[in-house]
Write a protein that binds this ligand. Structure first.
Ligand code: 4NP
Length: 180
């Protein structure tokens, strides 16, 4: 079992402090490539677990590739999520630079997303909001990213949901600690 590093806990603490100073909920943005598999699933898991636990957060998701703009999540991800009681209804959209102002924490799923996010950030304040989703996972110490399931089989979608449920539950623990 792995614990999140001080660096990522500090990002969560800064996010909660900023939200608190503005008397609003922390705003979380989940980012992948197509915004039809991993990041809308992360958004759905976060919204579901937060409402189950009575934690007030605002969530959205976005991607770097615009080819699926306006689409619902991939049917394979919708099906895998629905089997766990989650209905994914986000419509794919491309990330914009000002998302790094509007949101308090921005989660990338893999190395490519993280590199693209750091390239997009125009200020140190924007850059400091970028974290890796996998850094919150406790049960997958050897996993380096939330892997892209798009070109694989059905099990890849379930695996993504397993990773996300693990990481997001730790993320919510940290948010809850900051807001008590
Ligand atoms: P995602 O998966 O980044 O988890 O949404 C992908 C979806 C579509 C494509 C690539 C990855 N694509 O190339 O169309």
């Amino acid at each position: 079992m792995k614990r999140p590093s001080k660096e990522v806990i500090d990002v969560v603490a800064a996010a909660c402090a900023r939200a608190d100073a503005e008397s609003r909920a922390p705003r979380l943005l989940f980012v992948c490539l197509g915004n039809i598999c991993r990041s809308p699933a992360a958004q759905g898991v976060a919204e579901d677990l937060a409402s189950e636990r009575g934690i007030n957060i605002e969530c959205d998701s976005a991607g770097f590739y615009g080819g699926h703009t306006g689409d619902l999540p991939d049917p394979r991800m919708r099906q895998a999520a629905f089997a766990r009681g989650l209905r994914l209804e986000h419509r794919s959209r491309v990330i914009r630079e000002y998302d790094l102002d509007d949101f308090d924490i921005v989660f990338g799923m893999d190395d490519r997303n993280i590199a693209d996010l750091h390239r997009l950030a125009a200020t140190p304040e924007q850059d400091a909001k970028i974290v890796r989703m996998i850094d919150f996972c406790k049960d997958y110490p050897n996993e380096h990213s939330v892997p892209d399931p798009y070109y694989g089989g059905a099990s890849g979608f379930d695996y993504v949901l397993d990773l996300l449920e693990d990481g997001i539950s730790i993320l919510l623990d940290e948010i809850q600690k900051q807001t008590i």
